[in-house]
Design a protein around this ligand. Structure first.
Ligand code: GLU
Length: 481
Protein backbone atom coordinates (compact mmCIF):
# COMPACT_ATOMS: atom_id res chain seq x y z
CA UNK A 1 0.00 0.00 0.00
CA UNK A 2 1.40 3.40 -0.98
CA UNK A 3 0.75 6.66 0.87
CA UNK A 4 -1.44 7.95 -1.93
CA UNK A 5 -4.82 9.08 -0.68
CA UNK A 6 -7.50 10.66 -2.86
CA UNK A 7 -11.15 11.43 -2.33
CA UNK A 8 -14.46 12.22 -3.87
CA UNK A 9 -16.26 14.86 -1.85
CA UNK A 10 -19.80 15.31 -3.14
CA UNK A 11 -22.31 17.69 -1.62
CA UNK A 12 -25.64 15.93 -1.10
CA UNK A 13 -27.68 18.71 -2.65
CA UNK A 14 -28.81 16.50 -5.55
CA UNK A 15 -28.53 12.96 -6.89
CA UNK A 16 -25.02 11.89 -7.92
CA UNK A 17 -24.28 13.84 -11.10
CA UNK A 18 -22.67 12.04 -14.02
CA UNK A 19 -19.82 14.61 -13.88
CA UNK A 20 -19.19 13.76 -10.22
CA UNK A 21 -19.21 10.10 -11.24
CA UNK A 22 -16.40 10.83 -13.68
CA UNK A 23 -14.41 12.69 -11.00
CA UNK A 24 -15.01 9.76 -8.64
CA UNK A 25 -13.87 7.34 -11.34
CA UNK A 26 -10.63 9.21 -12.03
CA UNK A 27 -9.85 9.37 -8.31
CA UNK A 28 -10.66 5.69 -7.97
CA UNK A 29 -8.48 4.78 -10.96
CA UNK A 30 -5.59 6.85 -9.66
CA UNK A 31 -5.82 5.14 -6.27
CA UNK A 32 -6.05 1.68 -7.87
CA UNK A 33 -3.16 2.30 -10.23
CA UNK A 34 -0.95 3.52 -7.39
CA UNK A 35 -2.03 1.13 -4.69
CA UNK A 36 -3.47 4.02 -2.76
CA UNK A 37 -6.72 4.70 -0.92
CA UNK A 38 -9.96 6.10 -2.33
CA UNK A 39 -12.04 7.96 0.23
CA UNK A 40 -15.63 9.18 0.22
CA UNK A 41 -16.41 12.36 2.15
CA UNK A 42 -19.88 13.82 2.25
CA UNK A 43 -19.73 17.62 2.22
CA UNK A 44 -22.98 18.53 3.87
CA UNK A 45 -22.03 21.71 5.71
CA UNK A 46 -24.76 23.54 3.85
CA UNK A 47 -27.44 21.96 5.97
CA UNK A 48 -30.26 23.75 4.20
CA UNK A 49 -29.39 22.33 0.78
CA UNK A 50 -28.28 18.90 1.99
CA UNK A 51 -30.64 16.00 2.18
CA UNK A 52 -30.14 12.45 3.47
CA UNK A 53 -32.00 11.05 0.48
CA UNK A 54 -29.32 12.51 -1.76
CA UNK A 55 -26.60 11.08 0.50
CA UNK A 56 -28.18 7.65 0.04
CA UNK A 57 -28.37 8.22 -3.72
CA UNK A 58 -24.64 9.06 -3.73
CA UNK A 59 -23.82 5.81 -1.89
CA UNK A 60 -26.09 3.73 -4.12
CA UNK A 61 -24.88 5.25 -7.38
CA UNK A 62 -21.17 4.92 -6.56
CA UNK A 63 -21.73 1.33 -5.47
CA UNK A 64 -23.74 0.53 -8.59
CA UNK A 65 -20.85 1.85 -10.67
CA UNK A 66 -18.46 -0.38 -8.72
CA UNK A 67 -16.53 2.58 -7.31
CA UNK A 68 -16.13 1.20 -3.82
CA UNK A 69 -14.39 3.38 -1.27
CA UNK A 70 -11.82 2.35 1.33
CA UNK A 71 -12.87 4.91 3.91
CA UNK A 72 -16.11 6.80 4.24
CA UNK A 73 -19.07 7.69 6.46
CA UNK A 74 -20.52 4.19 6.34
CA UNK A 75 -17.33 2.10 6.40
CA UNK A 76 -15.32 4.32 8.75
CA UNK A 77 -11.54 4.67 8.70
CA UNK A 78 -8.76 6.22 10.74
CA UNK A 79 -9.46 9.83 9.82
CA UNK A 80 -13.21 10.19 10.38
CA UNK A 81 -15.82 11.35 10.76
CA UNK A 82 -16.21 11.44 6.97
CA UNK A 83 -19.33 13.54 6.97
CA UNK A 84 -18.67 17.26 7.37
CA UNK A 85 -21.76 17.94 9.46
CA UNK A 86 -20.18 15.72 12.11
CA UNK A 87 -16.99 17.74 12.06
CA UNK A 88 -18.33 21.13 13.09
CA UNK A 89 -16.25 21.18 16.28
CA UNK A 90 -13.02 20.70 14.30
CA UNK A 91 -13.06 23.84 12.14
CA UNK A 92 -13.13 26.54 14.86
CA UNK A 93 -9.87 25.13 16.30
CA UNK A 94 -8.08 25.79 13.04
CA UNK A 95 -9.74 29.17 12.62
CA UNK A 96 -8.47 30.10 16.07
CA UNK A 97 -4.99 29.07 15.05
CA UNK A 98 -5.15 31.39 12.04
CA UNK A 99 -6.52 34.24 14.18
CA UNK A 100 -3.66 33.82 16.63
CA UNK A 101 -1.02 33.77 13.94
CA UNK A 102 -2.53 36.83 12.25
CA UNK A 103 -3.51 34.96 9.07
CA UNK A 104 -7.15 35.65 9.80
CA UNK A 105 -9.18 38.40 11.41
CA UNK A 106 -12.66 38.96 12.71
CA UNK A 107 -14.95 40.83 10.37
CA UNK A 108 -17.91 42.60 11.92
CA UNK A 109 -19.41 43.96 8.71
CA UNK A 110 -23.13 43.39 8.40
CA UNK A 111 -24.64 41.89 5.23
CA UNK A 112 -26.08 45.33 4.47
CA UNK A 113 -22.66 46.99 4.72
CA UNK A 114 -21.12 44.35 2.50
CA UNK A 115 -23.91 44.73 -0.02
CA UNK A 116 -23.38 48.50 -0.08
CA UNK A 117 -19.66 47.95 -0.77
CA UNK A 118 -20.51 45.66 -3.61
CA UNK A 119 -22.93 48.12 -5.15
CA UNK A 120 -20.31 50.84 -4.90
CA UNK A 121 -17.86 48.66 -6.86
CA UNK A 122 -20.48 47.93 -9.50
CA UNK A 123 -21.28 51.63 -9.78
CA UNK A 124 -17.60 52.43 -10.31
CA UNK A 125 -17.18 49.46 -12.66
CA UNK A 126 -14.47 47.99 -10.46
CA UNK A 127 -14.14 44.24 -9.76
CA UNK A 128 -15.52 43.77 -6.30
CA UNK A 129 -13.24 42.86 -3.45
CA UNK A 130 -13.73 43.18 0.29
CA UNK A 131 -12.48 46.60 1.44
CA UNK A 132 -10.57 45.17 4.40
CA UNK A 133 -12.44 47.54 6.64
CA UNK A 134 -12.07 45.12 9.57
CA UNK A 135 -8.53 43.98 8.76
CA UNK A 136 -6.84 46.02 11.45
CA UNK A 137 -9.43 46.71 14.14
CA UNK A 138 -8.20 47.54 17.62
CA UNK A 139 -9.44 45.61 20.64
CA UNK A 140 -11.59 48.62 21.58
CA UNK A 141 -13.22 48.76 18.15
CA UNK A 142 -13.96 45.06 18.30
CA UNK A 143 -15.42 45.40 21.78
CA UNK A 144 -17.63 48.21 20.56
CA UNK A 145 -19.00 46.09 17.71
CA UNK A 146 -19.60 43.21 20.09
CA UNK A 147 -21.47 45.53 22.43
CA UNK A 148 -23.71 46.43 19.47
CA UNK A 149 -24.57 42.75 19.22
CA UNK A 150 -22.56 42.11 16.10
CA UNK A 151 -21.22 38.59 15.73
CA UNK A 152 -18.07 38.40 13.64
CA UNK A 153 -17.27 36.19 10.69
CA UNK A 154 -13.62 35.23 10.24
CA UNK A 155 -11.73 36.31 7.15
CA UNK A 156 -8.49 35.03 5.73
CA UNK A 157 -5.84 37.71 5.27
CA UNK A 158 -4.66 37.22 1.69
CA UNK A 159 -0.92 37.96 1.46
CA UNK A 160 0.68 40.08 -1.22
CA UNK A 161 2.36 38.40 -4.15
CA UNK A 162 1.38 35.43 -6.27
CA UNK A 163 0.07 31.96 -5.67
CA UNK A 164 1.52 29.46 -8.09
CA UNK A 165 1.13 25.76 -8.46
CA UNK A 166 1.79 23.02 -10.93
CA UNK A 167 -1.43 21.28 -11.85
CA UNK A 168 -0.90 17.69 -12.97
CA UNK A 169 -3.41 18.14 -15.77
CA UNK A 170 -3.43 21.85 -16.53
CA UNK A 171 0.27 22.59 -16.07
CA UNK A 172 1.70 25.68 -14.31
CA UNK A 173 -0.93 28.06 -12.98
CA UNK A 174 -0.40 31.54 -11.57
CA UNK A 175 -2.70 33.71 -9.50
CA UNK A 176 -2.17 37.35 -8.64
CA UNK A 177 -3.13 37.60 -4.97
CA UNK A 178 -3.99 41.26 -5.34
CA UNK A 179 -7.05 40.15 -7.28
CA UNK A 180 -8.24 37.89 -4.48
CA UNK A 181 -10.12 39.66 -1.72
CA UNK A 182 -9.84 38.60 1.92
CA UNK A 183 -12.36 35.77 2.00
CA UNK A 184 -14.54 34.42 4.78
CA UNK A 185 -13.44 31.12 6.28
CA UNK A 186 -15.90 30.93 9.18
CA UNK A 187 -19.35 32.45 8.93
CA UNK A 188 -20.83 34.36 11.83
CA UNK A 189 -22.95 31.31 12.66
CA UNK A 190 -19.70 29.45 13.38
CA UNK A 191 -19.88 27.17 10.35
CA UNK A 192 -16.98 26.93 7.91
CA UNK A 193 -17.12 27.99 4.28
CA UNK A 194 -16.34 25.41 1.60
CA UNK A 195 -12.77 26.63 1.02
CA UNK A 196 -11.89 26.36 4.69
CA UNK A 197 -13.65 23.08 5.48
CA UNK A 198 -12.16 21.40 2.43
CA UNK A 199 -8.60 22.34 3.43
CA UNK A 200 -9.04 21.29 7.04
CA UNK A 201 -10.57 17.99 5.99
CA UNK A 202 -8.11 17.21 3.21
CA UNK A 203 -5.28 18.04 5.59
CA UNK A 204 -6.64 15.98 8.50
CA UNK A 205 -7.52 13.12 6.19
CA UNK A 206 -3.99 13.22 4.76
CA UNK A 207 -5.02 13.60 1.12
CA UNK A 208 -2.03 13.56 -1.21
CA UNK A 209 -3.77 14.42 -4.48
CA UNK A 210 -6.87 16.49 -5.15
CA UNK A 211 -8.48 15.46 -8.42
CA UNK A 212 -11.60 17.45 -9.26
CA UNK A 213 -13.35 19.59 -11.85
CA UNK A 214 -11.68 22.71 -13.19
CA UNK A 215 -14.53 24.82 -11.82
CA UNK A 216 -12.52 24.62 -8.58
CA UNK A 217 -9.28 26.09 -9.97
CA UNK A 218 -9.96 29.57 -8.61
CA UNK A 219 -10.69 28.03 -5.20
CA UNK A 220 -7.38 26.21 -5.31
CA UNK A 221 -5.40 29.45 -4.99
CA UNK A 222 -7.29 30.29 -1.79
CA UNK A 223 -6.92 26.77 -0.49
CA UNK A 224 -3.16 26.76 -1.06
CA UNK A 225 -2.90 29.98 0.95
CA UNK A 226 -4.73 28.33 3.84
CA UNK A 227 -2.52 25.23 3.73
CA UNK A 228 0.55 27.41 3.86
CA UNK A 229 -0.82 29.59 6.65
CA UNK A 230 -1.51 26.44 8.68
CA UNK A 231 2.02 25.21 7.99
CA UNK A 232 0.59 22.11 6.29
CA UNK A 233 1.86 20.14 3.33
CA UNK A 234 0.12 21.32 0.14
CA UNK A 235 -1.26 18.33 -1.81
CA UNK A 236 -0.84 17.90 -5.55
CA UNK A 237 -3.72 19.12 -7.69
CA UNK A 238 -5.20 17.79 -10.91
CA UNK A 239 -8.13 19.66 -12.42
CA UNK A 240 -10.25 17.94 -15.02
CA UNK A 241 -11.80 19.74 -17.97
CA UNK A 242 -15.52 20.32 -17.79
CA UNK A 243 -18.13 18.05 -19.32
CA UNK A 244 -20.23 20.04 -21.77
CA UNK A 245 -23.46 19.22 -23.54
CA UNK A 246 -23.37 18.69 -27.34
CA UNK A 247 -24.35 22.37 -27.75
CA UNK A 248 -21.27 23.26 -25.66
CA UNK A 249 -23.25 24.73 -22.81
CA UNK A 250 -23.13 23.36 -19.29
CA UNK A 251 -24.65 19.87 -19.17
CA UNK A 252 -28.05 20.25 -17.60
CA UNK A 253 -31.42 18.59 -17.30
CA UNK A 254 -32.67 20.17 -20.49
CA UNK A 255 -30.16 18.06 -22.45
CA UNK A 256 -31.38 14.79 -20.94
CA UNK A 257 -30.52 12.74 -17.89
CA UNK A 258 -27.70 14.08 -15.71
CA UNK A 259 -27.83 11.94 -12.56
CA UNK A 260 -26.44 8.41 -12.60
CA UNK A 261 -29.68 7.03 -11.12
CA UNK A 262 -31.68 8.79 -13.84
CA UNK A 263 -29.59 7.10 -16.53
CA UNK A 264 -30.14 3.74 -14.85
CA UNK A 265 -33.89 4.33 -14.71
CA UNK A 266 -33.83 5.02 -18.43
CA UNK A 267 -32.16 1.70 -19.13
CA UNK A 268 -28.45 2.48 -19.25
CA UNK A 269 -26.10 -0.13 -17.84
CA UNK A 270 -23.72 1.06 -15.14
CA UNK A 271 -20.81 -0.69 -16.89
CA UNK A 272 -21.53 1.27 -20.07
CA UNK A 273 -21.94 4.55 -18.18
CA UNK A 274 -18.65 4.05 -16.42
CA UNK A 275 -16.82 3.15 -19.64
CA UNK A 276 -18.37 6.15 -21.35
CA UNK A 277 -17.41 8.69 -18.67
CA UNK A 278 -13.88 7.30 -18.56
CA UNK A 279 -13.52 8.44 -22.17
CA UNK A 280 -14.40 12.01 -21.20
CA UNK A 281 -10.78 13.02 -20.76
CA UNK A 282 -8.95 9.71 -20.87
CA UNK A 283 -8.01 7.79 -24.05
CA UNK A 284 -7.04 4.12 -24.14
CA UNK A 285 -3.47 3.60 -25.36
CA UNK A 286 -4.55 0.85 -27.77
CA UNK A 287 -7.49 2.79 -29.19
CA UNK A 288 -10.01 0.17 -28.03
CA UNK A 289 -12.75 2.12 -26.34
CA UNK A 290 -14.82 -0.65 -24.82
CA UNK A 291 -13.03 -1.67 -21.67
CA UNK A 292 -13.82 -3.00 -18.23
CA UNK A 293 -13.05 -0.99 -15.12
CA UNK A 294 -10.15 -3.36 -14.50
CA UNK A 295 -8.69 -2.78 -17.97
CA UNK A 296 -9.12 0.98 -17.66
CA UNK A 297 -7.37 0.94 -14.28
CA UNK A 298 -4.36 -0.82 -15.82
CA UNK A 299 -4.08 1.75 -18.62
CA UNK A 300 -4.82 4.90 -16.61
CA UNK A 301 -2.27 7.69 -16.18
CA UNK A 302 -3.37 10.92 -14.56
CA UNK A 303 -0.80 13.02 -16.39
CA UNK A 304 -2.24 11.87 -19.73
CA UNK A 305 -5.70 13.18 -19.00
CA UNK A 306 -6.76 15.75 -21.56
CA UNK A 307 -6.85 19.25 -20.15
CA UNK A 308 -9.64 20.39 -22.44
CA UNK A 309 -13.36 20.15 -22.00
CA UNK A 310 -15.20 17.03 -23.14
CA UNK A 311 -18.49 16.85 -24.94
CA UNK A 312 -21.11 14.53 -23.53
CA UNK A 313 -22.35 12.87 -26.71
CA UNK A 314 -25.60 11.16 -25.84
CA UNK A 315 -25.49 9.39 -29.22
CA UNK A 316 -22.17 7.84 -28.41
CA UNK A 317 -23.43 6.77 -25.01
CA UNK A 318 -26.41 5.13 -26.69
CA UNK A 319 -24.12 3.28 -29.06
CA UNK A 320 -21.88 2.15 -26.25
CA UNK A 321 -24.83 1.07 -24.12
CA UNK A 322 -26.08 -0.96 -27.07
CA UNK A 323 -22.69 -2.67 -27.28
CA UNK A 324 -22.87 -3.59 -23.61
CA UNK A 325 -26.44 -4.85 -23.98
CA UNK A 326 -25.34 -7.03 -26.88
CA UNK A 327 -22.40 -8.49 -25.00
CA UNK A 328 -23.83 -8.89 -21.53
CA UNK A 329 -24.36 -12.28 -19.94
CA UNK A 330 -27.97 -13.14 -20.78
CA UNK A 331 -29.01 -14.08 -17.28
CA UNK A 332 -27.70 -10.77 -15.89
CA UNK A 333 -29.28 -8.83 -18.75
CA UNK A 334 -32.62 -10.53 -18.12
CA UNK A 335 -32.48 -9.48 -14.46
CA UNK A 336 -31.83 -5.89 -15.52
CA UNK A 337 -34.53 -6.05 -18.19
CA UNK A 338 -37.29 -7.27 -15.87
CA UNK A 339 -38.19 -3.84 -14.40
CA UNK A 340 -38.77 -2.62 -17.96
CA UNK A 341 -41.10 -5.46 -18.93
CA UNK A 342 -42.84 -6.13 -15.63
CA UNK A 343 -45.93 -4.37 -17.00
CA UNK A 344 -46.61 -7.70 -18.77
CA UNK A 345 -47.59 -11.05 -17.33
CA UNK A 346 -44.09 -12.44 -16.99
CA UNK A 347 -45.43 -15.56 -15.27
CA UNK A 348 -46.73 -16.72 -18.63
CA UNK A 349 -43.14 -17.69 -19.45
CA UNK A 350 -40.48 -19.77 -17.76
CA UNK A 351 -37.15 -18.14 -16.93
CA UNK A 352 -35.34 -19.87 -19.85
CA UNK A 353 -38.09 -18.63 -22.18
CA UNK A 354 -37.73 -15.08 -20.85
CA UNK A 355 -33.99 -15.27 -21.43
CA UNK A 356 -34.61 -16.44 -24.98
CA UNK A 357 -37.01 -13.54 -25.53
CA UNK A 358 -34.47 -10.99 -24.28
CA UNK A 359 -31.62 -12.63 -26.19
CA UNK A 360 -33.54 -12.40 -29.43
CA UNK A 361 -34.71 -8.83 -28.84
CA UNK A 362 -31.55 -7.20 -27.50
CA UNK A 363 -29.68 -6.81 -30.78
CA UNK A 364 -30.77 -3.41 -32.11
CA UNK A 365 -31.65 -1.69 -28.84
CA UNK A 366 -29.53 0.98 -27.20
CA UNK A 367 -31.39 1.39 -23.89
CA UNK A 368 -33.27 -1.23 -21.90
CA UNK A 369 -36.41 0.90 -21.79
CA UNK A 370 -36.89 0.14 -25.49
CA UNK A 371 -37.71 -3.42 -24.46
CA UNK A 372 -41.07 -2.32 -23.05
CA UNK A 373 -42.32 -1.79 -26.57
CA UNK A 374 -40.10 -4.34 -28.29
CA UNK A 375 -41.40 -7.41 -26.42
CA UNK A 376 -45.04 -6.35 -26.41
CA UNK A 377 -46.21 -8.91 -28.99
CA UNK A 378 -44.92 -11.78 -26.88
CA UNK A 379 -47.74 -11.10 -24.43
CA UNK A 380 -51.50 -11.37 -24.62
CA UNK A 381 -53.64 -13.11 -27.18
CA UNK A 382 -54.13 -10.55 -29.90
CA UNK A 383 -51.82 -8.16 -31.69
CA UNK A 384 -51.70 -4.40 -32.13
CA UNK A 385 -50.78 -3.42 -35.66
CA UNK A 386 -48.20 -0.69 -36.11
CA UNK A 387 -48.84 2.19 -38.51
CA UNK A 388 -50.06 0.99 -41.88
CA UNK A 389 -48.92 -2.61 -41.48
CA UNK A 390 -52.46 -3.88 -41.83
CA UNK A 391 -53.15 -2.12 -45.13
CA UNK A 392 -49.70 -2.15 -46.66
CA UNK A 393 -48.48 -5.57 -45.60
CA UNK A 394 -51.23 -7.88 -44.42
CA UNK A 395 -54.01 -7.01 -46.82
CA UNK A 396 -51.97 -7.36 -50.01
CA UNK A 397 -52.83 -10.15 -52.38
CA UNK A 398 -49.46 -11.83 -51.95
CA UNK A 399 -49.63 -11.71 -48.15
CA UNK A 400 -53.11 -13.15 -48.13
CA UNK A 401 -51.92 -16.01 -50.30
CA UNK A 402 -48.95 -16.62 -47.98
CA UNK A 403 -51.06 -16.49 -44.83
CA UNK A 404 -53.66 -18.88 -46.20
CA UNK A 405 -50.94 -21.32 -47.13
CA UNK A 406 -49.26 -20.98 -43.73
CA UNK A 407 -52.59 -21.54 -42.01
CA UNK A 408 -52.73 -24.97 -43.60
CA UNK A 409 -49.13 -25.78 -42.68
CA UNK A 410 -49.15 -24.71 -39.04
CA UNK A 411 -50.51 -28.01 -37.79
CA UNK A 412 -47.30 -29.68 -38.95
CA UNK A 413 -44.86 -27.10 -37.61
CA UNK A 414 -42.27 -28.30 -35.09
CA UNK A 415 -43.00 -25.80 -32.31
CA UNK A 416 -40.68 -27.61 -29.91
CA UNK A 417 -37.83 -28.15 -32.35
CA UNK A 418 -36.23 -24.82 -33.39
CA UNK A 419 -33.98 -26.39 -36.02
CA UNK A 420 -36.80 -28.19 -37.73
CA UNK A 421 -39.02 -25.10 -37.53
CA UNK A 422 -36.26 -23.13 -39.16
CA UNK A 423 -36.23 -25.55 -42.08
CA UNK A 424 -40.00 -25.42 -42.38
CA UNK A 425 -39.89 -21.62 -42.63
CA UNK A 426 -37.17 -21.92 -45.27
CA UNK A 427 -39.37 -24.30 -47.24
CA UNK A 428 -42.19 -21.76 -47.24
CA UNK A 429 -39.88 -19.07 -48.55
CA UNK A 430 -38.64 -21.37 -51.33
CA UNK A 431 -42.14 -22.46 -52.22
CA UNK A 432 -43.38 -18.90 -52.74
CA UNK A 433 -40.26 -17.79 -54.55
CA UNK A 434 -40.32 -20.69 -56.98
CA UNK A 435 -44.05 -20.90 -57.54
CA UNK A 436 -45.21 -17.32 -57.26
CA UNK A 437 -42.08 -15.17 -57.63
CA UNK A 438 -42.58 -13.72 -54.15
CA UNK A 439 -39.32 -12.62 -52.57
CA UNK A 440 -38.36 -14.56 -49.42
CA UNK A 441 -38.37 -11.30 -47.45
CA UNK A 442 -41.93 -10.58 -48.52
CA UNK A 443 -43.37 -13.94 -47.57
CA UNK A 444 -41.80 -13.70 -44.14
CA UNK A 445 -43.03 -10.12 -43.69
CA UNK A 446 -46.56 -11.37 -44.10
CA UNK A 447 -46.08 -13.93 -41.34
CA UNK A 448 -44.21 -11.56 -39.05
CA UNK A 449 -46.78 -8.81 -39.51
CA UNK A 450 -49.63 -11.20 -38.74
CA UNK A 451 -48.17 -12.55 -35.51
CA UNK A 452 -46.42 -9.42 -34.20
CA UNK A 453 -48.17 -6.48 -35.88
CA UNK A 454 -44.78 -5.24 -37.09
CA UNK A 455 -42.28 -5.84 -39.85
CA UNK A 456 -39.19 -5.75 -37.64
CA UNK A 457 -38.35 -7.52 -34.41
CA UNK A 458 -36.90 -10.63 -32.88
CA UNK A 459 -35.92 -13.78 -34.74
CA UNK A 460 -39.08 -15.19 -36.30
CA UNK A 461 -38.32 -18.74 -35.19
CA UNK A 462 -38.01 -17.63 -31.57
CA UNK A 463 -41.24 -15.64 -31.78
CA UNK A 464 -43.12 -18.66 -33.13
CA UNK A 465 -41.61 -20.96 -30.55
CA UNK A 466 -42.44 -18.67 -27.63
CA UNK A 467 -45.93 -17.76 -28.79
CA UNK A 468 -46.79 -21.44 -29.28
CA UNK A 469 -49.12 -23.11 -31.73
CA UNK A 470 -52.40 -21.72 -30.42
CA UNK A 471 -51.50 -18.08 -30.54
CA UNK A 472 -49.64 -18.30 -33.86
CA UNK A 473 -52.59 -20.03 -35.45
CA UNK A 474 -55.14 -17.60 -34.05
CA UNK A 475 -53.09 -14.55 -35.01
CA UNK A 476 -52.56 -15.85 -38.56
CA UNK A 477 -56.24 -16.71 -38.96
CA UNK A 478 -57.25 -13.27 -37.70
CA UNK A 479 -55.35 -11.79 -40.63
CA UNK A 480 -56.96 -13.81 -43.37
CA UNK A 481 -59.69 -11.85 -45.10
N1 GLU B 1 -18.19 19.48 -2.34
C1 GLU B 1 -17.45 20.00 -3.44
C2 GLU B 1 -18.22 19.80 -4.71
O1 GLU B 1 -19.09 18.95 -4.74
C3 GLU B 1 -16.09 19.31 -3.49
C4 GLU B 1 -15.12 19.98 -4.31
C5 GLU B 1 -13.73 19.42 -4.10
O2 GLU B 1 -13.48 18.32 -4.59
O3 GLU B 1 -12.93 20.03 -3.44
O4 GLU B 1 -18.01 20.49 -5.67
Amino acid sequence: MSDIRVRIAPSPSGNLHIGTARTALFNYLFARKNNGKFILRIEDTDLERSNTEYTQNIYDSLKALGLNWDEGPDVGGNYGPYQQSQRFDIYPKYAKKLLESGWAYECFCTPEELEAEKEESIKNKRPHMYSRRCANLTEEEKAKFRAEGRIPAIRFRVPEGETNFHDLVKGDLHFDNSLIGDFVIMKSNNTPTYNFAVVVDDMEMKMTHIIRGEDHIANTAKQIMIYKALGAQVPEFAHLGMILAPDRSKLSKRHGATAVSEFVEKGYLTEALLNFVALLGWSPSDGVEIKTLEEIAQDFRLTEISSSNSIFEYDKLNWMNGQYIKRMDISKLTDLAIPFISCYDLNSYTRPQLEKMIASTREPISVLSELTNDVKYFFGEGVEFEGDVMDKVIKTENSQMVLKYINEQIKDWAFDNPEKLHEQLADIRTYFKENHGIKPKESMWALRAAITGRIHGADLGVIIELLGKDRVEKRVQACIF
